[in-house]
Design a protein around this ligand. Structure first.
Ligand SMILES: [Zn+2]
Length: 141
């Protein structure tokens, strides 16, 4: 963690505070390109957009995949106020971004929240392999 990393993380924390002040959940993120320039910033808008996927990390991962060429994306760092959730981590992996730097870990975030209700969504599978593989086979070759 460099001095610049800490400066950009502080900006992510500032975006998180601004998000909370504007009525959304307290999470913020930014992308910093290979030359150290801020390319994009965003914050959580789950409540104001009524969109369960409106996490800043996901929005920025989508932006990076759409707007950056792969060489620039792989040399770009996402700074985020909290460790990306599973949804966002998957999108970041697909975006081509090269690095993520976060402030709070998910464990630290959990420690700041009331106990979670519910036990998650039931998932059944795998099933029907012989049928389900047909549209996939050969696609990635
Ligand atoms: Zn997320």
């Amino acid at each position: 963690m460099t001095h610049d990393d800490e400066l950009f993380l502080r900006r992510a924390i500032e975006l998180a505070a601004m998000s909370r002040a504007s009525g959304d959940a307290p999470f913020g993120s930014l992308l910093v390109g290979p030359d150290g320039a801020v390319l994009a910033e965003d914050h959580n808008t789950v409540l104001t957009d009524r969109d369960i996927s409106a996490h800043p990390e996901l929005k920025l991962a989508r932006w990076a995949a759409r707007e950056l060429n792969p060489d620039v994306a792989s040399a770009t760092t996402m700074y985020t106020s909290c460790e990306p959730c599973g949804m966002c981590a998957g999108a970041i992996e697909r975006s081509g971004l090269g690095r993520v730097v976060f402030a709070l870990s998910n464990e630290q975030l959990t420690g700041l929240k009331p106990p979670a209700a519910g036990t998650g969504v039931r998932q059944d599978g795998p099933a029907l392999y012989d049928e389900a593989r047909v549209p996939v086979e050969g696609y990635y070759l």
